[in-house]
Design a protein around this ligand. Structure first.
Ligand SMILES: [Zn+2]
Ligand SMILES: [Zn+2]
Length: 206
């Protein structure tokens, strides 16, 4: 599997490129900003972007979506409960965060338990509300991209529209922690961790 992390934008959001070794087809997770930086990596890796999967609709995770769609014709996927926020620049905070109205119509709406297939890769969708209503984690093999739900030793904010502290704690404990402890988590901000390490030392869920 091809896997690359790129940190982009003024909020240091993590964008991930997940591609197939066999066909070079790739999914872009959370292209938050800096299209040129992401595109440079796409070219360097020689991958063919086919889809964008968004962990949630916030402005710091969607800033380069439009340019990627324009250049590569990629399809955009988001959980159904965050779809409206993706269209509405007030709710997705792009207006307040960047003074730029981002409004994107998704091509596909996801729900818990969905699987997206790309070449030999399987993307498993895990609905983890709490940071936003339609927040998801995306599991591919033994890695899981956790968006702004679970961070290395921390959790996402719950004071934005649609946020809930009870829900985020429940999502982490019931939906994420049931997976194998050796799974490496790649969050929406900051450095990776493992489910095992978060179970042991994350102060919010212990
Ligand atoms: Zn967020
Ligand atoms: Zn974020």
């Amino acid at each position: 599997m091809i896997f690359e992390a790129i940190t982009v934008g003024s909020y240091y959001s993590n964008c991930y490129i997940v591609g197939s070794d066999e066909t070079k087809e790739a999914a872009i997770i959370d292209p938050g900003a800096e299209f040129n930086k992401i595109d440079k990596k796409i070219i360097e890796l020689g991958v063919k972007p086919k889809m964008i999967i968004l962990t949630h609709a916030h402005g710091d995770h969607i800033g380069a979506v439009e340019e990627l769609v324009e250049k590569y014709g990629v399809k955009v996927y988001i959980h159904a409960d965050d779809a409206q926020a993706l269209i509405d620049s007030q709710t997705n905070l792009s207006k307040v965060l960047f003074g730029k109205n981002i409004s994107i119509n998704p091509d596909g709406m996801l729900k818990d338990g969905d699987e997206l297939h790309l070449s030999d890769l399987k993307f498993e969708i895990i609905h983890t509300p709490g940071h936003t209503k339609g927040g998801i984690c995306i599991k591919v093999g033994n890695i899981m991209m956790t968006g702004d739900t679970l961070f290395n030793n921390s959790i996402g904010r719950t004071d934005f529209p649609g946020g809930s502290f009870e829900e985020i704690i429940n999502s982490i404990q019931e939906k994420i922690f049931k997976y194998d402890e050796d799974i490496i988590i790649y969050p929406g901000h900051n450095s990776p961790s493992t489910i095992k390490s978060e179970k042991l030392s994350n102060p919010f869920v212990n």
